[in-house]
Design a binder for this molecule. Structure first.
Ligand code: G3P
Ligand code: CA
Length: 267
């Protein structure tokens, strides 16, 4: 293996299955993650929420409303109660052209269930959501990764932690200085970053993750010249993928990992 084989190499484009191959299957279900793997994605992307009884589950929203047949806050359900919910039928209802019978009745996976299912062969790109509402999420995540012997990682970059919260990332960096971290940055207008901010981020993170819609060539250059990786979210159309790749991003979050691999000539 040479260094460009590393998932963290700046010469390598990583394909991140955003909430799994969520363009084809209900997000954050084992089926969506499996499909991402089948399509050759490098990473399973997982957003985390915490249950009432302190379990980590794979779920984007703090509420169950959008992606299940129930309503309310994830933090008001125990894991056992959440497992009763149907996390797949909404997809069949919303996307009649993508219906699969196997989607109805799919359940919300606990993080440990995902690790049990996909093991250490898979690479995980895990986001800490709403850390202020769920104190202890970072430490619980680290404990769980250790329990499953996913850290220290077998392959460089096999586990990446991402968050919009720089506090959470810095907390993790203190606990696990070798764990690669991605600072997500939320822009609402064309992205600009100062060298001061880039230097601050470099102290604890390996790269940044930014919405592709607010990126431009000079932003990409500034981030890359600072020696940081740059992962663009969430890019679903090939022409957009092509543009940000030409600018120099080093990875793409996509609901359609097959499209990125087609573009990269990997399919
Ligand atoms: O984690 C990158 C991207 O997924 C951030 O947006 O809202 O889809 O988690 P969101
Ligand atoms: Ca995410």
């Amino acid at each position: 293996h040479n260094s460009s084989d590393s998932l963290l190499s700046a010469d390598r484009i990583v394909n991140i299955a955003h909430r799994g191959a969520s363009g084809y299957a209900p997000e954050h279900t084992v089926e969506a993650y499996e499909l991402g793997e089948k399509m050759g994605a490098d990473y399973i992307e997982i957003d985390l929420q915490m249950t009432k009884d302190g379990e980590l589950v794979a779920m984007h929203d703090p509420e169950v409303d959008r992606t299940t047949d129930n309503t309310g806050l994830v933090s008001d359900f125990t894991l056992a109660e959440l497992k009763e919910l149907d996390a797949g039928s909404w997809f069949n209802e919303d996307y009649p052209d993508k219906v699969r019978n196997s989607f109805s009745g799919l359940t919300i996976p606990a993080l440990r269930e995902v690790f049990e299912h996909f093991g250490s062969e898979a690479n995980y790109y895990i986001e800490i959501k709403q850390p202020d509402d769920s104190p202890g999420m970072a430490t619980l995540l680290i404990e769980t990764l250790k329990e499953f012997e996913l850290i220290p990682a077998e392959r460089e970059g096999a586990i990446i932690i991402q968050s919009f919260s720089s506090e959470s990332l810095q907390e993790i960096h203190l606990l696990e200085p070798d764990l690669p971290l991605i600072q997500l940055i939320s822009y609402t207008q064309p992205a600009v970053i100062s060298s001061g901010d880039l230097n601050k981020i470099k102290k604890y993170a390996t790269g940044v993750g930014v919405n592709f819609k607010y990126m431009n060539e000079s932003f990409v250059r500034d981030v890359r010249e600072a020696g940081l990786l740059l992962h663009a979210y969430t890019v679903n159309e090939k022409e957009d993928m092509k543009r940000v790749l030409e600018w120099g991003v080093t990875g793409i979050f996509t609901n359609y990992p097959d499209r990125l691999n087609e573009l990269l000539g990997k399919s």
